[in-house]
Design a protein around this ligand. Structure first.
Ligand code: NAP
Length: 325
């Protein structure tokens, strides 16, 4: 029976699958385990099911001489040193697709919340500061008929764009390559990065975190945006230079931001939480019961396949099986 380490308890359906034929050890803490804890626990393990909060770097690989398969309970895998995994011929699998619609829903929840000042309104009600309907009370901005700028037209970016149809929005997007099928489906127009920043009323990020996307929105990019525009991030915190964002929000360079992910998660950059023109969510993009359950099953299946010496259905380093990336 292969030994498996889970860095956190995931929905029961996934654990049951793993326990059918493997010896499973689970970290039971509420917060992510310290790296030293992971290194200690993986010493005798052949399988590792980790979360996006766990840095799976060379130290962890060195501490796990028996490791044969890794599965991450997320679609993004920027926390894993993929090069090192590949060099050691360890398959890494993720959970794409099953969380697309749920994450797109959250991006829309953020768009609506920041545009219509829902969080500020909620606070006003709870603090009993609402004195009755008033012509100038908490005026926000329209969403209907505005321009939505999608950065990264992959699964989630496209799902966000599809929802914009109901809001009569003009959709522009920036991608490394044009996506004719997306253009046809959503009436989306491909534009350069700068043009997207200059034209959009809502800029929403849907790229993976890579060397190219690290701090892709910083001071210069924020200054290119309209003063009335909003920045939405459900991708990864490090895609935005958060210090530059705090300054831009303070100076009124943009109207607001709604963030599900943070540069130094779970910590907030100084100044962010004092601002009213920002909505903050606790990295909850995929946080629905149905989706987290599907992710658990998919992550478990990926790990089991890897341990069985088969290529997992969603393998992010298929080259170790002689397949193209
Ligand atoms: P995906 O289908 O792989 O889409 C990512 C898209 O980004 C691809 O179309 C890719 O373009 C594009 N891209 C990559 N680098 C780019 C660059 N430098 N400039 C412009 N576009 C670039 O991934 P997904 O399933 O939509 O997920 C996207 C990301 O969302 C994940 O990597 C993850 O970090 C994040 N996420 C967050 C949550 C949350 O809880 N907030 C939940 C799920 C996912 P090509 O097609 O040209 O390669």
């Amino acid at each position: 029976m292969a030994k498996i380490y889970l860095t956190r308890r995931i929905p029961e359906e996934g654990i049951r699958l793993l326990e059918e034929n493997h010896e499973v050890e689970i970290y039971e803490g509420d917060a992510p385990p310290p790296k030293e804890e992971i290194m200690e626990r993986v010493r005798d393990k052949e399988g590792l099911l980790c979360l996006l909060t766990d840095p799976i770097d060379r130290d962890v690989f060195d501490a796990a001489p028996k490791l044969r398969a890794i599965s991450t309970y997320a679609v993004g895998y920027d926390n894993i040193d993929l090069k090192e995994a590949t060099r050691r011929k360890i398959p890494v699998s993720n959970t794409p697709g099953v969380l697309t619609e749920t994450t797109a829903d959250l991006a829309w929840a953020l768009i609506m919340s920041i545009a219509r000042r829902i969080v500020e309104g909620d606070k006003m009600m709870r603090e009993e500061k609402f004195k009755g309907w008033g012509p100038m009370v908490l005026l926000g901005n329209d969403v209907y008929g505005k321009t939505l700028g999608i950065i990264g037209a992959g699964r989630i970016g496209r799902a966000v764009a599809r929802r914009a149809g109901g809001f009569g929005m003009e959709i522009i997007y920036h991608a490394r390559k044009r996506k004719p099928d997306f253009e046809e489906e959503c009436n989306a127009k491909s534009v350069g990065f700068e043009e997207l920043l200059k034209k959009s009323d809502y800029v929403t990020l849907h790229v993976p975190l890579t060397k190219e996307t690290y701090h892709m929105v910083g001071e210069k990019e924020l200054k290119m945006m309209k003063k009335t525009a909003y920045l939405i991030n459900t991708a990864r915190g490090k895609c935005i230079d958060e210090r530059a964002l705090v300054n831009a929000l303070r100076e009124g360079d943009i109207a607001g931001a709604a963030l599900d992910v943070f540069e130094n998660e779970p910590y907030l950059t100084e100044g962010l939480k004092e601002l009213d023109n920002v909505v903050l969510a606790p990295h909850a993009g995929s946080a629905s019961i149905e989706t987290r359950t599907k992710m658990a099953v998919m992550a478990a299946r990926g790990l089991i396949a890897g341990l069985d010496g088969k290529m997992p259905e969603h393998c992010v380093n298929p080259e170790i099986f002689g397949e193209k990336t």
